[in-house]
Design a protein around this ligand. Sequence first.
Ligand SMILES: Cc1cc2nc3c(=O)[nH]c(=O)nc-3n(C[C@H](O)[C@H](O)[C@H](O)COP(=O)(O)OP(=O)(O)OC[C@H]3O[C@@H](n4cnc5c(N)ncnc54)[C@H](O)[C@@H]3O)c2cc1C
Length: 461
Amino acid sequence: MKRNHITFFENLIGKQNVFTDNDVLEKYSHDETENISILPSIVLKPCTTLDVSGIMKYCFTNNLCVTPRGAGTGLSGGAIPILNGIVLSLENMNAIILIDEKNLQVTTQPGVITEVLQNAVKEKGLFYPPDPSSRGTCFIGGNVAENSGGPRAVKYGVVKDYVLNLEIVLPNGDVMWTGSNVLKNVTGYNITQLIVGSEGTLAIITQIVLKLIPAPKHDLVLMAPFKSVHKAAEAVSAIFRAGFIPSALELMEIDAIKITQEFVPNSIIPVHDDILAHLIVEVDGNDLEKLFLDMEKISEVLESFDATEVLFAETAQQKDELWKFRRRVAEIVKNNGYTIEEDTVVPRYYLPQLIEAMKFLGQKHGFKVVCYGHAGDGNLHIRINHPTIKNSYQNPIMETILTELFEEVQRLGGTISGEHGIGLIQKKYLPIVFNDTQIQLHKAIKNVFDPTHILNPNKIF
Ligand SMILES: Cc1cc2nc3c(=O)[nH]c(=O)nc-3n(C[C@H](O)[C@H](O)[C@H](O)COP(=O)(O)OP(=O)(O)OC[C@H]3O[C@@H](n4cnc5c(N)ncnc54)[C@H](O)[C@@H]3O)c2cc1C
């Protein structure tokens, strides 16, 4: 980066918030996506909205590319500075500004860790449900930019269902609020929801107003082993048809469990030779007796699909350990050779067909595959362990495999990403699920917000 640009940024946000050292650049060259790494030219860590606005005004005038970054836990390459541009990290903007107990809302800066925000509102008896498995490290701003989900989405919805209003900085440096701090709003277009899930391509999110709800008093968790993955997947939609909406309904294939158990031993998860998958079911609410009754009936449904036994997490510690285990799966299987992750989503009744299609592709193309994830949403994370290919980005063989996968997903009425976004690595597959008119509309929206394409360029399409 030219010296005059560096000097400008140092004067604007302070030398201590401007980084050009190689070790820092390396740290900000990747997120958690596969093994992709592109060095930025500089890393900026603004502390205020005014700083962000000043940076963007300068970049707009000088045609410099900027990639916003939260905690870098993204799984679609959204925070990778693809053109070696500027990484604008929101990590210094990490204050919870106001917990409004009267209106059940929280106003926060984007760099707050999701779990920190959840715990802060919990202390006031309030509940912010969206809980990506990465919640101990990811930022709430990244969650909004990705419209993240997590295990509880099945009952409580995803981030979009909680975002009321956003302060954003546009690519030209202008600052605006997208809506109002109200529960209903049909005043103009819904710019708030356009920014949610826009993957840092339309604007930089600098403040977030979220809806909260009262915390449920009780939860119960069970785990059901199955000898057939197909049967486990079939049981998922049957639970809803029987009239229940669990607060979480997760599937884990046995290979994912076995690999994870090597690093996170968990005594309540059985791994007998004949078990191929487990479902985790959680229900929550205020009436404990009713929750026990619901769990009894859910157990009957599971048994009717040949669950071998139903195991209850008896204590708070067991529940905690079970969820900790589930949250570690992605990271551990990735580190054990399953480097490529897909985030497919289908209408939940078609989950068994999705799993079968993936197993078929594994056999056909000679790779190992393991599935786990938010089965209640029809959203499966599919992890690929290919003997030679560890990276899907710009790889023709993997492109063939993923094209076949997404074509099948589309046939089942599903789509490419349920919660991780399109970012860098999925963009070439968009034409499988979008026609030309849809892609052109997306591009036109991008042009309105970012006519010179300086904000997170070459992402999504
Ligand atoms: C182990 C593991 C488990 C995970 N589990 C889940 C899960 O259960 N559910 C789920 O949905 N995701 C999950 N993820 C994916 C990831 O954690 C989420 O996508 C998360 O929301 C990313 O947040 P982040 O702060 O790390 O964002 P980053 O990775 O830093 O950025 C993600 C995208 O958002 C943009 N961005 C970030 N901050 C801003 C901002 N303030 N303004 C504008 N754009 C911004 C970036 O440019 C980028 O495009 C998981 C990831 C890992 C590694």
